[in-house]
Design a protein. Structure first.
Lengths: 310, 107
């Protein structure tokens, strides 16, 4: 017991020392490179997390693989074979391979009908997604479950982010035009000046889900509204495996439309549904309590691009 | 995920030091994480310090998209004279700092 405590104290001491150096390095970076810092912040990128972000997005590999960089003679308590296989995948599997493999795996697990996969397959579906995209997803999160996880998504219009917003001020897809009303949560910001990059990304990559048909929506309106507001979801085109992380930004579509979800123009184009305006998708909650998963298209090694505006 | 400058700065040596510490595996991983994050801040800072500002965005865009891509080094070599030596020198300094920290003990 004494030995354990002593080890723990040693670890805490080292951690403090390293953390102090880290903090100094971060501040030094900010002071020396304010423009680069601003560029990174606008995209919610952290230079320090470059290895983690890429790794997590691509393979779901954990940081334990970092220790594999140690010299070969070092004794490793890690399951090296597994980790090395994971690392190998980072280099050997292309973006298209990952998409195709995800689509193939999902085809075996998700039914043609609208609704949910068989309960026995839900865990497997989540595992397949985490394995391929490195994103932890849940059919039910914190007791919340949508009426559908599988359904048709339709092309939505841009939402007004602040009073006076117009389609000219949106980066892409002006032909989508502006929605007539506000999103379910109102404006994203009170003014253009208050629109942070994070809020901008929430509108850019917003999803529409049928909260209005949830069985307890009316009864628990206040708490459910707070829970669903900008809740992160992963949307996957089940035909192609293309995936995008979106924030719930509006309620709908109405049942009579035959669609169960909606996506912003950017979401739909990321899914490869920009022309068809409709497609079959799987939509699941992203289990991301520390807000690490960026909004935007999930890209794979060969094409990993900037997670725009997040 | 390998980073293009891993070998120049010999990150493996630092990870070996962490591997040899008498602490739990989870704690080693936590330290490795902190060390890694610090290294990236320091190394990218060195790169940006020497790279003309007009190329900063382009480099950051390429780097965050394909941090493993060895063509990044060729890109930097074309724009900064002696960048490899500069990175190696910075890497050695960072390694020494970390080694001193990792070898230190509470009094």
């Amino acid at each position: 017991m004494r030995k354990t405590q002593s080890h723990n104290q040693h670890f805490l001491f080292l951690k403090d020392q390293v953390a102090a150096y880290q903090s100094q390095a971060k501040q030094g970076f900010k002071d020396k490179h304010p423009r680069a810092t601003q560029w990174l912040e606008k995209r919610q990128l952290d230079v320090g997390k470059i290895r983690q972000q890429s790794q997590r997005l691509l393979t779901g590999a954990t940081l334990s693989s970092l220790l594999l960089l140690a010299a070969p003679q070092a004794p490793s308590p890690l399951p090296q074979a597994t980790e090395q296989r994971r690392l190998a995948r980072v280099y050997l599997i292309s973006a298209q391979d990952i998409k195709s493999r995800l689509a193939e795996a999902l085809a075996l697990l998700v039914p043609a009908r609208v609704g949910h996969p068989d309960p026995d397959n839900e865990i497997q579906v989540s595992q397949v997604i985490e394995e391929n995209l490195g994103i932890k997803v849940k059919f039910e999160l914190e007791g919340q479950r949508l009426n559908h996880s599988l359904g048709y998504i339709g092309y939505e219009q841009h939402l007004a982010r602040f009073p006076g917003d117009s389609v000219r001020l949106h980066d892409e897809w002006p032909e989508a035009e502006m929605a007539g009303g506000l999103g379910a949560w109102g404006y994203f910001a009170n003014s253009a000046a208050e629109l942070t990059p994070k809020l901008e990304a929430m509108e850019k990559y917003y999803a529409v889900v049928q909260t209005l048909y949830l069985p307890t929506w009316q009864k628990d309106l206040k708490s459910l509204r707070d829970w669903y507001k900008y809740r992160k979801v992963l949307v996957i085109n089940v035909q192609t495996g293309a995936a995008v992380v979106a924030a719930i930004g509006d309620a709908g579509p109405a049942n009579w439309t035959g669609k169960q979800f909606g996506g912003s123009p950017e979401v739909m184009h990321s899914l490869g549904l920009g022309s068809s305006h409709k497609g079959k998708v799987l939509l699941l909650f992203v289990d991301d309590p520390t807000d690490q998963v960026p909004l935007g298209p999930v890209k794979a090694p060969a094409q990993l691009g900037p997670p725009q505006e997040v | 995920m390998k980073i293009f400058y891993d070998e120049i700065i010999q990150i493996g040596e630092l990870m070996t030091h962490i591997q040899h510490l008498e602490i739990d595996t989870q704690e080693k991983e936590e330290l490795a994480n902190l060390v890694d994050e610090t290294v990236h801040h320091e190394m990218v800072s060195v790169i940006l310090t020497h790279l003309p500002e007009e190329y900063h965005e382009e480099f950051l865009e390429r780097f965050q998209a394909r941090p493993h891509d060895e063509s990044l080094l060729a890109y930097l070599k074309a724009k900064i004279e002696g960048i490899e030596e500069k990175l190696a020198t910075a890497g050695a300094e960072i390694r020494e700092k970390f080694k001193a920290i990792l070898q230190s003990r509470t009094s």
